[in-house]
Write a protein that binds this ligand. Structure first.
Ligand code: HEM
Length: 186
């Protein structure tokens, strides 16, 4: 139930997948909301604290996700998946990982640019590794914003493809990311 197998995903991968998806959408909405606030609004300070804390937790979860992927068997493609579908799905997944890591790293760099560590709800502090000048912070901010939009667009394509598999091709692509595939169905 917990582990992935050749037939599908286990509870660990499924939970990480949906918690990450939720966190990404939440961070995107909160990030845009933060930039619309003026200094005297209460969320002007609360927003970034929450954004950075959830962002760092997502960073840890993403590292765990990559480790879990490396030590788990990879579910096989379904018989009706054409080579083109497999290529498209792999390309989008690689791009999503690349965008996600860039977002997590640029977010961390912006937050620690002045040499102060990044905090998770005031409980854990991740130390700063480099201080950045104003131009570099601006660049990291632009990359963070553009890549945040890109990840939302790509994740929407990825989600639309899953719905297409479910409703048009009527295969198990979406169901196996919703329901753990038990070891007995091996
Ligand atoms: C999937 C993950 C993330 C998404 C989708 C996301 C999304 C966003 C968005 C849309 C903005 C507004 C950008 C703007 O208009 O300038 C923003 C700003 C910001 N984010 Fe993130 N973010 C993510 C992860 C992180 C992480 C991990 C951190 C820190 C550890 C972080 C720190 C910041 C900071 C400090 C800002 C304010 C930037 C500025 O004032 O220029 N973000 N984020």
């Amino acid at each position: 139930m917990l582990q992935d197998n050749r037939q599908g995903y286990g509870l660990v991968s499924i939970t990480i997948h949906w918690v990450s998806a939720l966190a990404i959408v939440f961070l995107f909405g909160l990030g845009l909301y933060m930039t619309s606030l003026s200094y005297y609004e209460p969320w002007y300070h609360k927003g970034p604290t929450l954004h950075v804390s959830i962002g760092l937790l997502l960073f840890a979860l993403t590292l765990l996700r990559v480790l879990w992927r490396l030590v788990s068997p990879k579910p096989a493609a379904l018989p009706n998946h054409t080579p083109l579908m497999r290529l498209g799905a792999s390309a989008i997944k690689i791009l999503l990982y690349a965008l996600l890591f860039t977002l997590l790293i640029t977010g961390y760099l912006i937050n620690t640019a002045e040499g102060k560590g990044a905090e998770i709800f005031g409980l854990v502090t991740i130390p700063a590794v480099i201080e950045l000048g104003a131009d570099s912070v601006d660049l990291a901010g632009t990359v963070h914003l553009v890549f945040a939009w890109a990840i939302i667009v790509l994740a929407s394509i990825h989600g639309a493809a899953a719905l297409l598999h479910h409703f048009v091709h009527r295969d198990k692509t979406l169901v196996r990311m919703l329901k753990p595939t038990g070891a007995r169905s091996n």
